[in-house]
Design a protein around this ligand. Structure first.
Ligand SMILES: Cc1ncc(COP(=O)(O)O)c(CNc2conc2O)c1O
Length: 372
């Protein structure tokens, strides 16, 4: 259940998303499309709202991870091209046709299985295939160019299939050392050179590729993390233009008290006040995706950093305050407050992870409030 009767909420700035897309569209080589990657509920930002803002910014299609995420967009009324990025079960290809969802194919076996399935389960709308080439991500994709070529030749003879795309995915586009990126890019170009023709979409890029490898081949970029205003490399590579972070996370103090020296805070009494201290309680915890490892991280109250003291609970946490504040005072967990800023990157560093994971693991209990 989304808990709206609680001051904790994520605020999504849709104008930032729109502008991040506009800025990228403006710098893309001409005739290169931008598909907004809105999988995982728009990296936790809200798929439908993000997709709407991305369209306004000039996106011409969407990428999702699963058939269901594609269906969600269609049922919300989006008619633009939608590419499912994950392998789809042959048993579900009726859905791909019905909802007009493009999808990846990475083996000839899948195509043969699909042909057999279609014998008994004919579809009306053509099945739009993007052939995936594994150039070094080691996840999904054709490994040999021979296999890729035989898939192309087979598709060219089919009436129920449209060969709509060929693509690959880079594993190190967000790193300063581009050695492996160059190897993958070369493999992709070699694969393309083997093909008798090219389909409507040739695409290789995620945000990092679009930002730092403009030389990548293709006529479409799959733009995810940078659309949300987050630097794909974390802090490893400079942003080529200012990315506007879209998500902030706020709450309020629900109780403030002065505790004497020696008072235990939180489960396991892992914090004992070394002196009399003002302690505030904030209604957010690990069930909201604000994980226990955030103990020791500081939140912003009236522009001052206040350390999370004691263990983060399932639904609440406690912070040390510099002085008394009234209950209801705003607490900023991610975002700007009185000239200070807590970035999602900082949260990721505390968790020894990446900001993608922080964004995606904000739980459904946290309401998303949209401003444009
Ligand atoms: C095939 C594919 N294309 C594009 C993107 C967008 O990447 P970006 O958000 O860096 O622009 C992803 C993101 N996939 C993942 C991001 O983190 N883990 C992943 O599997 C992807 O898997």
């Amino acid at each position: 259940v989304v808990s709206i009767h609680r001051p904790t909420k994520a605020i999504i700035d849709l104008k930032a998303i729109k502008e991040n897309v506009e800025n990228e569209v403006a710098r893309l080589p001409k005739a290169t499309d931008l598909f907004a990657v809105v999988k995982a509920n728009g990296y936790g930002h809200g798929a439908i709202e993000t997709a709407t803002a991305a369209l306004e910014g000039g996106a011409s299609g969407f990428c999702v991870a699963t058939v269901d995420e594609g269906i969600e967009l269609r049922e919300a009324g989006f008619s633009e091209p939608i590419l499912v990025l994950g392998i789809v079960s042959v048993a579900d290809i009726g859905l791909l046709s019905y909802y007009n969802l493009s999808f990846p194919v990475s083996t000839n076996e899948w195509l043969q299985e699909a042909a057999a399935f279609l014998q008994k389960n004919p579809v009306t709308n053509p099945l739009k295939v993007h052939l995936k080439v594994d150039t070094g991500m080691g996840r999904i994709g054709f490994i040999s160019n021979e296999e890729l070529l035989s898939a192309v030749k087979w598709l060219q003879e089919q009436s129920l299939f449209t060969w709509e795309g060929v693509f690959t995915h880079f594993a190190t586009a967000d790193q300063a050392d581009d050695t492996y990126w160059q190897e993958q890019n070369q493999r992709f170009q070699t694969a393309l050179a083997c093909l008798p023709e090219l389909p409507r979409y040739v695409h290789a890029g995620n945000s990092a590729t679009a930002l730092w490898h403009a030389e990548a081949v293709g006529n479409m970029v799959r733009y995810g993390i940078a659309m949300y205003g987050l630097n794909p490399s974390g802090t490893a590579l400079p942003e080529t233009y200012p990315l506007k972070p879209a998500l902030s996370l706020v709450s309020e103090l629900v109780q403030v008290k002065l505790l004497e020296k020696g008072a235990g805070i939180g489960y396991g009494e892992t914090y004992i006040t070394p002196q009399a201290e003002w302690i505030g309680t904030v209604p957010i915890g690990y069930a909201d995706g604000w994980l226990r490892k955030m103990q020791g991280f500081s939140l912003l109250v009236a522009g001052e950093y206040c350390e999370i003291v004691g263990r983060v609970c399932m639904d609440q946490l406690m912070i040390r305050l510099p002085r008394s504040f009234p209950a209801g005072t705003k607490v900023t967990l991610i975002g700007e407050d009185n000239g200070q800023c807590i970035t999602m990157q900082k949260v990721a560093e505390q968790l020894e992870t990446i900001h993608y994971e922080v964004a995606c693991t904000l739980s459904a209990r946290v309401p998303r409030e949209y401003k444009s």
